[in-house]
Design a protein around this ligand. Structure first.
Ligand code: HEC
Length: 459
């Protein structure tokens, strides 16, 4: 779970922030080096130039974290590219080319650069003629399904008989002691998070004296069985596509913990919270819970025993000599999911907002979700199941996945167009906006694809 938690899958889009930069930065002509790698988000070849004040040792280290190939003293010259993302605000400057010819990715590349990377997108001629409207017409996000069945074998949770219900999605868990890969379809359960194979930490080959300790091995087996009961198994075991897991594989022989990076362990111990990934309360998930808004310091791993889960990973942190202090200032690794959750909106561009007659104006794109929130909101809306509708939401309109998205100025505050659904309030009209007060307008082309996210003053 790195910057990749972008919902990289998101189809075809472009974006408009409230204050789009009108001109790109002028980058330094001092060439430090270049790094060629596969984009963790774009999943296509990328090439990054290091310019200006970069020290070559730091540039090389940065390239290592991208698992790329570093070359000093030369610039990238990709044969084909969708464009480049420019970072010119710090003395250490970068230019990252998306080295692909797949023009369906033009607007996605722009969203990744501008909304989530904080860079300036300079399209190549390939993407130059592509509309910068953010529109999702196909494969719009739909909520995962809960499947219910009467199991004909395997252990049942204490006191449970009859039907067992499992959410077929990234947040789902079956009953303790059972296997999610048997009780749900992994192929239906991977959306909402990108999948790609990643090697385990090099520690995986280390000799580990704890493997002589029966108590340790019993706890490790319990952790594996808890992961096996949850959707995580669909990318973190041999149930991953082609049996190629991402970093850790619960079916791999030997140490489980040594497969992890330091930050992965910190997520396990709850030292770095995983609120941005979302979560369900245990009452809705066969007793499993994780780090969420209610219990931020719980583990990233869905578990029926949060304290026991944390203890296992805390032991691993201790044995590596790591503490909470080691992760201060280290990004949590959830990329866009964190950036959007903790995003603080700025004033709307002229014209955007809700007019006196209620007409809502947003940026370039067609909306699937329209939210009006108070200006002071604890979190910006992100993802299902618990972060897509902040408690403070005043009004939320949703377009069904099968219907066409809405054009700017086609909707009035509190008025539900035919065929659309008002999600907040559950019924009745939303509170009237009070003149002179600031509100937060959040409009998306689909979940996690913001068109407009800014503050307007009610008329
Ligand atoms: C759709 C595939 C997919 C699913 C399902 C999935 N993950 Fe991951 N996970 C990944 C990928 C890909 C990475 C590697 C990201 C990177 O570092 O490039 C990853 C990395 C991680 C890491 C970091 C490991 C380390 O050592 O740095 C943790 C922890 C993790 N996942 C926990 C979970 C948990 C808990 C669940 C279930 C709630 C889960 N994952 C479900 C794809 C998935």
């Amino acid at each position: 779970m790195r910057p990749s938690f972008a919902l990289a899958a998101a189809s075809s889009l472009a974006l408009l922030t409230c204050t789009p930069p009108s001109m790109g930065p002028v980058l330094s002509t001092v060439i430090v080096g270049q790094c060629a790698y596969t984009g963790p988000q774009s999943r296509v070849p990328e090439c990054k130039d290091y310019l200006g004040a970069w020290k070559s040792a730091d540039a090389e280290k940065d390239c290592q974290t991208l698992k790329g190939t570093y070359q000093g003293g030369i610039l990238c010259a990709p044969e084909v590219s969708l464009g480049a993302c420019l970072f010119g605000t710090k003395p250490e400057q970068n230019r990252t080319y998306i080295a692909s010819g797949d023009t369906q990715k033009c607007s996605g590349a722009r969203t990744g650069c501008e909304v989530f990377g904080g860079g300036y997108w300079q399209p190549s001629s390939l993407c130059g003629g592509v509309s910068d409207e953010l529109v999702v017409l196909e494969n719009a996000w739909t909520a995962p399904e809960r499947v219910c069945f009467v199991p004909d074998g395997g252990p049942r949770a204490a006191g449970k008989t009859g039907e067992l219900c499992v959410l077929e999605g990234i947040h789902g868990a079956t009953e303790e002691g059972r296997s999610f890969r048997q009780d749900a379809r992994c192929d239906n359960s991977r959306s909402g998070r990108p999948y790609y194979a990643v090697d385990p930490s090099p520690r995986v080959t280390m000799a580990d004296p704890r493997r002589q300790d029966a108590g340790y091995l019993a706890e490790e087996a319990w952790v594996r069985s808890q992961i096996d009961a949850t959707s995580c198994v669909c990318c973190h075991s041999d149930a991953a596509p082609n049996a190629q897991a991402a970093i850790f594989n619960i079916d791999r022989a030997g140490s489980l913990a040594n497969q992890f990076t330091d930050r992965g362990i910190a997520h396990g111990a709850g030292v770095v919270n995983s609120i941005p990934l979302g979560g369900l309360p245990p009452t809705q998930n066969n007793g499993f819970s994780k780090s969420d808004l209610v219990n931020p310091d719980h583990s990233i791993f869905l578990t029926t025993d949060p304290a026991r889960m944390k203890r296992f990973w805390q032991g691993e942190l201790d044995s590596r000599g790591l503490t909470a202090q080691s992760f201060v200032g280290v990004p949590d690794g959830f990329g866009p999911l964190s950036e959007q959750l903790y995003f603080k909106p700025q004033a709307c561009a002229a014209g955007e907002g809700v007019a006196a007659d209620g007409t809502i104006t947003w940026g370039k794109g067609k909306a699937r979700y329209v939210y009006v929130l108070p200006a002071a909101v604890r979190f910006s809306p992100t993802i299902f199941p618990n972060l897509d509708t902040p408690a403070e939401t005043l009004w939320k309109l949703a377009v069904p996945a099968t219907a066409a998205p809405l054009a700017s100025r086609s909707v009035k505050y509190g008025v539900v167009p035919d065929g659309m659904a008002q999600q907040v309030p559950a019924s009745g009209a939303p509170p009237a906006l009070s003149a002179g007060t600031q509100y937060y307008l959040y409009v998306t082309a689909d979940q996690m694809l913001p068109i407009t996210r800014c503050l307007f003053t009610a008329k």
